[in-house]
Design a protein around this ligand. Structure first.
Ligand code: KIV
Length: 286
């Protein structure tokens, strides 16, 4: 990565970094314990992947949160392998040098190690992504070992795991009180099984700090405080899209895309209705 020293009168963020070569797992591993955490954002299509890659975001996650924000399903468990593959392939085409991680959808890895390897192979074949992510700790460790043994990079998602929302009694912070022991056990089990990255969702910051300190591979946090080796957000949450959507406590907004889009669409509609669009300059002559 090199710092972009170009003129910033265009309001590009200070510290903007342009990757000069493909971001690899080894680059993320090299950031373990560094004072420069890496950034990951979800992406679900070609154009947003291009935008986030141009901003220097090191990792793009084709999350099964697409179930909610792209398809409008009530939970992430509704998304299918086909839907994930189409989105992930589009993201890979726009990702430039970013590292692309893709979620294994619910139902594609729970039944057996063989199913987990088959699904991981399929999703990487069909999309070109670099790494798979699956949810669970101790209970899913054998699947992680099987996928790793097949030569596939793996991220383990522990803490709050949305595919298990009904088992967890709703959207609840995990690892509080006695639960911190379970979280440490989950981290140890997935690392022992070969996980290359550990993602923690909705975990108290002091517990996430301890997990990160004891974890030999990079950790990525979402609602897990500032001490992880990387951070991730669902992109809709970081730019308030749609305008009236639910925003989790851990998400900060750096823009208001929902409002900008609605405003633009309303202005377009008004000009169409008034007959001022299309104007002469938008029209072809014979
Ligand atoms: O699907 C997703 O977007 C995720 C993030 C919440 C980490 O798994």
């Amino acid at each position: 990565m090199v710092e972009n020293t170009a003129d910033r009168s265009d309001n590009s963020p200070v510290g903007y970094m342009e990757p000069t070569k493909q971001v690899r797992l080894t680059d993320l591993q090299a950031r373990k314990g560094s004072d420069s955490p890496f950034a990951m954002l979800t992406a679900y299509d070609y154009s947003t992947a291009k935008a986030f890659a141009a901003a220097g975001v090191e990792v793009l996650l084709v999350g099964d949160s697409a179930a909610n924000v792209v398809f409008g399903y009530p939970t992430t468990s509704h998304i299918s392998m086909d839907e994930m593959c189409y989105l992930a392939a589009a993201v890979v085409r726009g990702a430039d040098k970013a590292f692309v991680m893709v979620d294994l959808p619910f139902g594609s890895y729970e039944a057996s190690d063989e199913q987990a390897v088959r699904s991981s192979t399929e999703i990487l074949h069909r999309s070109g992504a670099h790494c798979v992510k699956l949810e669970g700790g101790v209970r899913i460790a054998p699947r992680i070992k099987a996928i790793k043994d097949a030569g596939i990079p793996v991220c383990a998602h522990i803490g709050f795991t949305p595919q298990s929302v009904n088992n967890l009694g709703g959207f609840k912070v995990q690892g509080r009180g006695a639960g911190s022991g379970q979280l440490i056990a989950d981290m140890q089990a997935v690392v022992e099984a070969g996980a290359d990255i550990v993602l923690m969702e909705m975990v108290p910051s002091d517990v996430a700090k301890r997990v990160t300190a004891e974890c030999p591979v990079p950790t990525i946090g979402i609602g897990a405080g500032a001490d992880c080796d990387g951070q991730v957000l669902v992109w809709h949450d970081m730019v308030a899209f749609p305008e009236d959507g639910h925003r989790p406590k851990f998400a900060k907004q750096w823009g208001n895309v929902g409002e900008v889009l609605t405003r633009a669409a309303a202005a377009y509609k008004k000009e169409v209705q008034e007959g001022t669009f299309p104007a002469e300059e938008h029209t072809f002559n014979s």
